[in-house]
Design a protein around this ligand. Structure first.
Ligand code: FAD
Length: 208
């Protein structure tokens, strides 16, 4: 089954829910008005600064920041990174709740194996990895060992990210089928990040 077919099939039962739980609270870290400026065709203030540059990077999420870093490493400094929000980071942006630092979205990075030298280099550049007595050590303060994920669903917390309470036997069977397929793909080929570091096996190509 293709990933998009799985997602379409697994969201259908949600559409049939009779009375959705009321969600209180709001989104944080993003400004909807700014995001909708283009859609709503609002008038824009005139530019206060005009600058010419060789490369424009649209968006300062992880992808945009990685592009900026790649350019800098190649000695290309004539670029501008444009970000809609007040701070960079996108979905990986951090924040604080009641004075305690916390992630606002993405928050963990698996320890990179030797298949991912680019990620290892980045962590070294950030001062999070260093050589001690011939061995690599990672800065423990930034490590997240065995991330534990919980989901707030139907008014209660549960372990894991898949909704379990009251979902019905058909949905549970879908979960099992999906996890079987993932296990099958996992044992059929080795996965690396970035995927471009290793030629894709047939089972991986089938998912692209
Ligand atoms: C809840 C959640 C948790 C996740 N947790 C993890 C995790 O723990 N580990 C992990 O590896 N991955 C995680 N992911 C996935 C990861 O967050 C994303 O893959 C990654 O952040 C995507 O980065 P990006 O730069 O492509 O996009 P984004 O992070 O979305 O960045 C896009 C940037 O572009 C800006 N932008 C948008 N429109 C404009 C415009 N018109 N002009 C200028 N700027 C604009 C936005 O403000 C934003 O800063 C998670 C995803 C979600 C949703």
């Amino acid at each position: 089954m293709k990933r998009r077919h799985f997602i379409a099939a697994s969201t259908l039962p949600l559409l049939g829910c009779e009375k959705p739980e009321e969600i209180t609270g709001s989104f944080t870290g993003i400004n909807h008005e700014r995001g909708h400026l283009l859609r709503d065709n609002k008038t824009w203030p005139s530019p206060s600064v005009t600058r010419k540059t060789d490369v424009i990077i649209a968006g300062g999420g992880v992808a945009g920041l990685a592009a900026a870093r790649a350019l800098r490493l190649q000695g290309q400094d004539d670029f501008a990174l444009l970000e809609l929000e007040d701070t960079a980071g996108g979905n990986s942006r951090g924040g604080a709740v009641n004075g305690i630092a916390c992630p606002l979205g993405a928050h963990y990075l698996p320890l990179p194996s030797d298949d991912a030298p680019e990620v290892q280099d980045l962590l070294e550049e950030l001062g999070l990895r260093r050589r001690v007595a011939g061995r690599w050590e990672y800065e423990e303060r930034h490590l997240c060992h065995s991330p534990q994920e919980r989901l707030f669903f139907n008014g209660a917390w549960q372990d894991g990210l898949l909704p379990l309470q009251g979902v019905g036997a058909a949905t549970l069977a879908q979960y099992q089928k999906f996890s079987g397929l993932v296990e099958q793909a996992r044992s059929a080929a080795r996965w690396t990040i970035p995927v471009s570091n290793r030629p894709l096996a047939p089972v991986q190509r089938a998912l692209v």
